[in-house]
Design a protein around this ligand. Sequence first.
Ligand code: SF4
Ligand code: FES
Length: 773
Amino acid sequence: MLMPTIKIDGKSIEVEPGQMLIEAAESVDVTVPRFCYHKKLSIAANCRMCLVEVEGAPKVVPACATPVSDGMVVNTRSTKAITAQKAVMEFLLINHPLDCPICDQGGQCELQDVAMGYGSDLSTFSEGKRAVPDQDIGPLIQTEMTRCIHCTRCVRFGDEVAGIREMGATGRGEHVRIGTFLEKSIDSNLSGNVIDLCPVGALTSKPFRYRARAWEMTERDAVASHDCLGSNVHVHIRRNVVQRVAPRENEVLNEVWLSDRDRFSYEGYNSSERLSQPQIKVDGEWKTVCWEKALSHVANKTASIAQASGPDALGFIASPNATVEEAYLLQKIARFIGTNNVDHRLRLADTSAQTAMPQMPTIGITMPELEQAECVVIIGGNINDEVPLIAQRLRKAALAGAKIFLVDIDPRDQIFDVAGVIPVSELDYVKVINDLVGDQGTADYKALREALNASQKKHILLGCALQEHPDFGAVTMAAKQLADKVGATYGFVTSGANTAGVSLAGCLPHRAVGGATVPNPGLSALEMFKNPRKAYWVLGNEPEHDSLEPITALSALEQAEFVVCVSPFLSATMHSYADVVLPMALPYETAGAFISGTGQWQNFTAGTDGPGETKPAWKILRVLGNLLEVPGCDYLNTQMVRAAIRSEVESVDFRPESVAVNSATKFESSKLYCLPYVPQYSVDGVVRRATSLQKTHSAVQARVVRLSAEAAKAQNLTDGQMVSVKQNEETQAICLPCQIDVSLPANAVVLPWAIKESIVLRAPYQTVEIQPA
Ligand code: SF4
Ligand code: FES
């Protein structure tokens, strides 16, 4: 195809047909000033800042909305163009308050930058400036709407990307107002992106307000650690304190966006519960000690328990947020001691098909491929909460015509159009999937099958919440069968930032590094708690919140003879069960690698030090390895650890087993069952301590017992009433307000896991009794 050729500021270039002048100019490093244009949003052409001169055109034209045509001669810096740009700038500044000294956007403001180039020193405007009252739109975004220049980027973002139209423009001319229509909070979990989009200081970060100036902070590249996408971020640090987090562009992962969880969870880094010095418990009293003493105590005590009671008396519990290096070293120590009791799958209910799992469980598709998919089936997971930016990619796919289906017990509203929902009303996923495979079921099943069969690019995605189902193994096998039958790709939304990497590093009871089979598989995390061990090493997690069965984990830890917690935080609960606490660095404070949910290795270095005597966990484990005389544990840096992992992975001929597993659980329609729900702002210790996220509508709304209309009716319960839910005689009740949800199966009660109150909970999918509190 013949490419059009144009000339911009004297430079001849070949351009894509249909490309806008502003993009063509950028390709030859000519920057045209702009406010409303953004490469990821539709064209509004309402600010007029990008006016340029096109030879032969009677008037200047907006570069963002003028497509190229062959032979065009464009001047962005001619007198005519600059006069027009300066005139627009003057109009924009008429009502702008020019309060840069007290504006958080100062120093990083597009208006300020462009005004330096095109603004005038003196204003000829002598009338009163317009003032616009602010709105309180929630705990994350601060408004100063007098500064708004009506570019509508925030409005288009809600409409086009986030899928929730929360901001809008009202009024005309000088009376245009941008805001939420009813002064309500913005509830999208992608809302923070408007902070980056707003070219002025009208929308800024509330948690960051007045904390630091842009030029006072250093910027470090990092990888977000709260979902399996591994969004790329910039961490902004001042005086060794993380002040804010912003997206770092990566087209194949997060594009230019960031979820609110990844953006605002940094507040957890500065929590008052950060552990800063090693402590050991001596005769029931906590003592702060030096690292040397703490580490030798851990090594001696671990060795003596292994010798006295056998290595299997030990349990090693990692976090899916551990780096590849941390996970590798932990399993290396465990296996040297002689046990395979090492795991990171704290929420996994069923290991019956674990040998059939991939070497690295991933989403099974890249983000650009997902965006191109024609049909996607999501089984058992609320993708909006689990990985907001995967939901956003699915939204793009749906807008391009993809058909997206949900197969779920508890289908929730999504930011993309859903072509069909197959409710799992009997709580039995295997039956539903088998019906899909076996050409059974209602018209909805048929529609899903037809969509899959009619599509070339199709994907089956198992949600993260599915791992908590007691028949997870059978569900994965059934879903694989469905994928094979229709020729679809298949993958998992996994826990934390690094399930793929931690699995590859061998932090599993049945597989060593690279997925190598181990002769005597150890216990899974759940089994280690159900069959209490004499000693535990807990790395980077809080089992009382992060486990499938909080109370089981807690009681196992409380009765253990020796518990070592390598942890960034120290809560009162951890103090009650631990015997040694060792302060570990969080991801922005350490070097290491994560493997994203798309299988991409992402290495990072430390941006800052943790508080006090915090150390990177890989260093803590390396020294413990040395003290326990683990051979070859003399790594000087994370590159050396990674090299060791890679060489071991290369020597493994990995093959997943094919296993036949049937659904083992029978659910009775006459009984009430509790379903687990991990709220999006409770997924890990950092997020749980991010105070602003905890004030969001989503976090507050999650603290309810959701129950079916039938269950509410049976107990005469009304919306908002306090209820008490009890799992069995031995467990304490959880008391929260109830919320009636007509979309739930009649015998379902959804309880929030990983919040303070849920520490009393045992296994999900068990029968419960509910009554007014
Ligand atoms: S608030 Fe900011 S992003 Fe929204 S219209 Fe105003 S200037 Fe543009
Ligand atoms: S950037 Fe072109 S009109 Fe606003």
